[in-house]
Design a protein around this ligand. Structure first.
Ligand code: PEP
Ligand code: MG
Length: 754
């Protein structure tokens, strides 16, 4: 059973669109369960009706025509109850509704299960049989498992089906895809798909200007892979059984035969570029093989996939990606890396759409730093087909519109105009202080990471840098940067703001910030080897960085050093000892370095409960609400499935912060907040009321927060905080804060798209 399930799900995932996917489902389920009918009804959100979308066994002409209100018929009942309904004689049930066009009067037995995705009923999967009988437990369980497994694929193909016009009609085209807000702002542009090397699934179709050159490149790749396989076969001759050697013959046959190679060449001649043509052929073959009943033959799909990967790798190696980046580019990818992001000229990039990740992934943080609207966690989508398509990215609401209708486009153009007006208005605040109407002074610092941030932070004006993430220069190189190299980068940052303070945070890789040249594979990366844990285990890397920082500060004196991910007092002591060692070494070498103020990030719950001990050892603390929220709520900050549970306005987070801030202030040590909460108008209000006067945020947020600070009296912030601290759920806190911001005329700062 498991095998069958697995195979059907695989086939559906590889489908070309909704229509194709549903066709596979009804055919395969009917076959597997040996029933007369299998049908899928999907809920048309706009019309509020269930529509028969695919069937095997009912009259095919009824597809698209049979429509039921949610309170009608047995299908409606399954949806209403959100649980299976199993009847031996459906026609005797009071909710039975007969549709003559289906020809279903012959079928007595009925089993319907809901298709649910993230608590929402998307549709109903139904099987029927002539004989009047109850379906047994195993059958019900099978159909339920099937529906649960397929719900994600259906949800996404339903929404993306419009891309190629592959879908039947009757379902909304333009409702947009719900994702997670990554960076505020809205953008209209065209998709430019980036993909990890050798990720065949993500290769987009693209028209080539020179089919002959594409053809030559492809043939050269075929030749190179052929040689590669032969070499591999020779080197393993004798080492593996003769039978296994046959695998290589299969590979060579695939590469010699006219089919795979010939079909790809045909597609190239029709105008697709070589990688796109290759993906199309490989997809087709994989589908054909997976559908085969014979387990040996269906396993061959993996050989095809492997061949495809090898050919693609070769094509990439030979050509490199030398695309021209058009203006108004929206960068689209499964998982966009920092280096892919910075390769796009800033003046051409208007938006980002990432299939994976969430609002606190580092790409989102980077996007906020660069002021580029972004949406994250869009979910499984055939992004290859988006290349060149028009998209709207709504970074406030976390929505993406693919090929939007003229009305939606018009609405968003209006939003973009309003947004530009708001930005112009905010610019006027640049040289005004961040003081509340009743006289409380707040200091606004910038979070930086890229050299580009330095300019944007200075343009908007800030009181210094509260968090400089040092990992980006590590991420965009193919090796660890050396001491000299690092010293130059850090000096640029320190100099850009001197004499204002700049907090350089030591390397915080691991978790969701991998280095391509230092791969770490862990089951649980956020609970694993990251931040200070990793750098203490590699003192050579740590010392190089600390020396670079100290050297950069010579003659400037505005450096502050901060350690991330502290969960243990020993870590602070060991890190301090290494910093002192770096200072001593440099002084011995004759460099006039001095010991900077040292702080730690409070971002692991353990630190909350050892605060006093921690504070005795450092000069300041900065709260990393991104990680603190993730660890307090046990919600992976990158996992879109639980993205809705991640909220730094959660009452538990607010109460933890209240306790934390009270303790730090009791000890008279400076405290700042540098997580995204500080740059969120609602979060900033609450933090100020809690007594934090130093907030650090991306440059794009500084003027917005300044506007909020200058509009809302401290007294009112405190009243809001008192109310927030009595609330039970994050939604209640959000509603309270949004209402207050609206009332203060600041709604446009948190507006949620359309
Ligand atoms: C945080 O965790 O809040 C933080 C500022 O650090 P990062 O987002 O880089 O993990
Ligand atoms: Mg952190």
């Amino acid at each position: 059973m498991l095998d069958t399930l697995h195979r059907i799900v695989q086939e559906v995932n590889a489908a070309r669109g909704l229509k194709h996917a549903l066709g596979i489902i009804v055919r395969r389920v009917a076959e597997a369960m040996n029933v007369d009918v299998c049908s899928v009804y999907l809920l048309d959100q706009e019309a509020g009706e269930y529509v028969l979308m695919a069937t095997l066994g009912l009259n095919p002409d009824a597809v698209g025509k049979v429509r039921l209100q949610p309170h009608e018929g047995l299908v409606g009942l399954v949806g209403e109850r959100a649980e299976p309904i199993n009847l031996d004689n459906a026609d005797q049930h009071p909710r039975f509704r007969y549709f003559p066009e289906t020809g279903e009067e012959r079928f007595h037995a009925f089993l319907g299960v809901p298709i649910i995705h993230f608590r929402q009923v998307l549709g109903v999967l139904v099987v029927q049989q002539q004989a009047a009988r109850q379906f047994d437990d195993d059958e019900v369980a099978f159909l339920m498992t099937m529906a649960a497994q397929l719900s994600g694929a259906i949800a996404h193909s339903e929404l993306s089906g419009g891309i190629d016009g592959l879908r039947d009609d009757g379902l909304p085209h333009n409702s947009g895809l719900q994702a997670i807000p990554g960076a505020p702002g809205v953008a209209i542009g065209r998709a430019l798909v980036v993909y990890a090397s050798a990720d065949l699934n993500a290769v987009p179709d693209r028209r080539s200007d020179d089919p002959e050159q594409e053809e030559a490149a492809f043939l050269a790749a075929v030749q190179a892979v052929r040689e590669e396989v032969r070499r591999l076969a020779d080197s393993l001759a004798g080492a593996i059984p003769a039978e296994e050697q046959l695998l290589f013959d299969t590979y060579l046959r695939l590469l010699d035969g006219s089919s795979l190679v010939g079909e790809t060449l045909n597609l190239i001649r029709q105008g697709n570029w070589a990688p796109g043509a290759l993906r199309q052929t490989i997809d087709k073959y994989i589908r054909a093989f997976t559908e085969m009943e014979d387990p040996y033959l269906s396993e061959r799909a993996s050989d095809i996939r492997d061949i495809g990967r090898r050919l693609l790798m070769r094509l990439q190696k030979d050509s490199g990606d030398q695309r021209e980046i058009p203006p108004n580019t929206i960068l689209v990818g499964y998982e966009i890396s920092a280096s892919q992001l910075v390769e796009i000229p800033r003046d051409r990039l208007v938006g980002i759409m990432s299939v994976r990740g969430s609002g606190n992934s580092h790409v989102a943080i980077l996007a906020r730093a660069m002021g580029v609207p972004a949406v994250m966690g869009v979910g499984k989508l055939p992004i290859g087909r988006l290349e060149g398509k028009q998209l709207i990215v709504d970074g406030y609401a976390g929505r993406v519109y693919i090929q939007p209708s003229p009305t939606i486009r018009q609405e968003y153009r209006r939003l973009i105009r309003e947004e530009a007006a708001l930005t112009a208005e905010l610019r006027r605040l640049r040289d005004l202080p961040a003081v509340t109407p009743d006289g409380v002074r707040v200091r606004l610092y910038a979070n930086t990471g890229l050299v580009a941030d330095l300019n944007s932070s200075r343009e908007v004006g800030c009181d210094g840098v509260g968090l400089h993430r040092t990992e980006f220069p590590f991420m965009i190189r193919d090796r660890f940067p050396g001491e000299e190299e690092q010293a130059t980068i850090y000096r640029q940052v320190l100099q850009a703001f001197a004499p204002l303070p700049v907090v350089l945070r030591t390397l915080d890789i691991g978790g969701d910030k991998p280095l391509p040249y230092f791969p770490i594979t862990e089951e649980n990366p956020f609970l694993g080897w990251r931040g200070i844990r990793l750098t203490l285990d590699h003192p050579e890397i740590f010392l190089t960085q600390l020396r670079g920082m100290l050297r950069a500060d010579i003659g400037l004196g505005n450096l502050r050093v901060m350690f991330p991910m502290i969960s243990n007092l020993d870590e602070v002591e060991q890190a301090m000892a290494l910093l002192q060692r770096a200072r001593d070494e440099l002084q011995d070498e004759g460099m006039p370095v001095t010991m900077p103020p040292v702080g730690v990030m409070i971002e692991v719950p353990a630190a909350l409960f050892q605060l006093e001990d921690l504070l005795r050892r450092v000069d300041f603390v900065s709260v990393g609400t991104n990680d603190l929220t993730q660890y307090l709520l046990a919600v992976d900050r990158n996992n879109p499935r639980v993205g809705k549970l991640y909220d730094d306005l959660h009452p538990a987070v607010l109460r933890a912060l209240a306790m934390l801030i009270r303790t730090v202030q009791g000890q008279g040590k400076p405290i700042s907040v540098c997580g995204s909460m500080a740059g969120d108008p609602a979060g900033a209000l609450l933090l100020i009321a809690l007594g934090v006067n130093d907030l650090s945020m991306s440059a794009a947020s500084i003027l917005r927060v300044k506007r909020v600070v200058r509009s809302v009296p401290y007294r009112q912030m405190q009243e809001l905080l008192a109310q927030a601290l009595t609330m039970q759920t994050p939604a209640q806190v959000r509603a309270l804060m949004n209402a207050a911001l609206e009332e203060a005329g600041l709604g446009s700062l948190v507006r949620a798209g359309l």
